[in-house]
Design a protein around this ligand. Sequence first.
Ligand code: NAP
Length: 521
Amino acid sequence: MHYIGHILGITDLAKPLGLYKANIMDVTSRKPSVLIIGAGMTGILMVIKLRKAGIEDITVLEKKERIGGTWRENTYPGVACDVPAHMYTYSFELNPNWSHFFAHGDEIQGYFEGVADKYDVNRCIRFNEAVTDARYENNKWQVTSSQNRHYEADFVVCATGILHHPAFPNIKGLENFKGEMFHTAQWNHDQEIGPSTKVGVIGTGSTACQSIPELVDSGADVSVFQRTPQWVLPLKNFRNPDRLKKLMNRFPSLARLSRNFSVFFMEHFFTKAVTGHFVQKHLISWWCKLNLLLSIKDKALREKLRPNYQVGCKRIVVNTTYYKAIQKPNAHLITENIECITEDGVRTKDGVIHKLDVLVLSTGFHPMNYMRPMNLIGRADLHIDDAWSDQIKTYRSMMMPNYPNFFLMHGPNTPIGNFSVIAMSEVQCGYILKMIEAWQRSEYDEAEATPEAVQTFNAYIKDGLKGTAWVGGCQSWYLDKKGDPILWPYTWGQWVKEMREPEFSDMRLTKYQNSQSKEAA
Ligand code: NAP
């Protein structure tokens, strides 16, 4: 019954799970200071939710001059989100005016800027201040920024995002290239690209598949250097007709209806497919294989584009333009491995030199950095590099032993196969607010996960990963240095349910007043 109401837009999926409860404190409570690192989608959300809960002592440190995170950084041609636009919005700020089914990058950036303005978020942001050090000392977080300013806070929320440190390929001679070279996340818009330009693109992930069609359309001669082919799912990005937008403005529950359909589809089809549910797994696999068969006419090219691993092992590329673009006369798919970069192009292992004017590195990010290179130092001088020297581990993706009152947003095992990160942030914000409210009620002064809870959580994750697509025999940014995927292997619904209430028995709670350390377990 609830699902029917949910899809029809009458209810929101997370509502009965208590996620959107107004977190207004009804007791005379302590007032915490909260420092948020990063003013991207998650940082903005955290400010809004904290204020709604009556918490005003908030500082956001943002390394750049504008809000927006990923959408401020990634401006490459064709940049768009592969999660449906109505789903990729805050649940409390639906946008009836999305121009397309999948929103473009600049439109998403505009949306976040609009929300930040509406909720007056900017007044607590310190721009151009990267956090260099965060140290737990004297029962508080002592934070130092790149401007050498010092801040003190009861809580630190790390909202730095996952994919924000561009990865440059370790290819011999990269520094020798005399033409223009840039990473997709640092696109040089001053560089003219047109019919007389020879462009090389290294990489064939989601980013490359969005930008290559734009480069090909510009008339440039485009060489695509593919190391591993990708599975491509063809979900068309259609324009939302003006009439639909008008209707959604008039009847906002239509926007929620669209959102809820997308949530339902992603949850019950996409996410289940990659987490090993039999029917969905085979359906998505056949869909991608059929797409390859029907889209690529030339048999030899088709075989070059055919991955030899399970669909979903790497993040599925959602795209309908890449296969068309790669078949155009001015596009060349090069599958011979790269030997080195020369002054004027790329030399492949067969000895061929591919002369280029522009070299685009679409080589992804360092997802395992999380908050680093920041010096995050917990109790007993424990540096995060040492805490994670063996493996990156957390409790519920968010908390760690020796790091009291510290919350990592989108930590390891948060990402849920192709689901909206905004929905994940909302759930995590709800969890943090409940933790802070307990602090306000003086139920604890310091809370951190116990080592046992981290161990149990990670064993639980490892157990769930067994049947998933991510262990399906490929290399991907999902894998940590031990080869374990950093994803959530169960369903979205299960994650929401488990994140509903903090489990204090998994935490070491300390109260200063009587200097007692209370092991709640
Ligand atoms: P990616 O998926 O990590 O792809 C990197 C590409 O670079 C791969 O094809 C990789 O080849 C290649 N590569 C890396 N080093 C190389 C080397 N030394 N030599 C040759 N090739 C090399 O990165 P991405 O495309 O930027 O996407 C990252 C993630 O960002 C996506 O999975 C997605 O989560 C997100 N994203 C989302 C959207 C969206 O629509 N929402 C759009 C873009 C990106 P191998 O496969 O052989 O390693």
